[in-house]
Write a protein that binds this ligand. Structure first.
Ligand code: SAM
Length: 164
């Protein structure tokens, strides 16, 4: 398997001139994992996977205050080696294709990956976690407490309990 290949029946698009490319993401850290090749990475992180490190860059280290009380975090990262132009993809490379948004493929217009990780420790700017699936050096976009563990701190707001 080649990295960034276009497979049989896959469809790529030219980014149109009016596309807005201005989210201005700031990479707030770097993820350290044992994987240096995409082909060696697991497809999804596992709770029994290797311990990995998330290094937070200044000036964002103080934003970790309070995070240690959460045993699980949601991690968002930028899959920086991904191509970004496929609309139909063939994950099994057998000619059968599915839409990009029906897949968790790293190949997407905005290559954002997410993982739920177990938080093992916080030491200054370094978090040790299990459950990642990305390359060593992958840029970090955001960290949040796992939503299942998080209780909003502000009082309830109108709309919080609406259904449908
Ligand atoms: N868990 C995330 C998700 O579901 O959003 C990512 C899943 S994606 C299938 C994981 C794969 O992305 C890995 O197996 C590897 O092939 C690829 N990958 C990992 N780090 C990457 C990076 N920095 N740039 C491009 N591809 C990467």
């Amino acid at each position: 398997m080649r990295e960034n290949e276009v497979r049989r029946n896959e469809v790529l698009v030219a980014r149109h001139a009016a596309a807005v490319f201005d989210a201005q993401l700031e990479f707030i850290g770097t993820i350290r994992t044992p994987w240096t090749s995409r082909l060696a990475c697991p497809r999804q992180g596992r709770a029994d996977g290797p311990v990995c490190e998330i290094e937070i860059h200044q000036p964002w280290v103080p934003a970790l205050a309070g995070i240690a009380k959460y045993s699980r975090l949601e991690v968002l990262y930028w899959l920086h080696h991904s191509r970004r132009d496929l609309v139909l993809q063939s994950p099994a490379n057998n000619g059968e294709v599915r839409g990009t948004f029906a897949l968790r493929t790293p190949v997407r217009p905005n290559p954002i990956g997410t993982s739920i990780v177990d938080l093992l420790s916080v030491d200054g700017a370094i978090l040790r976690v299990r459950g990642l699936d990305c390359l060593d050096g992958t840029p970090l976009i955001d960290l949040k407490p796992d939503r299942a563990l998080f209780t909003p701190i502000a009082p309830p707001q109108p709309g919080d309990f609406e259904t449908g």
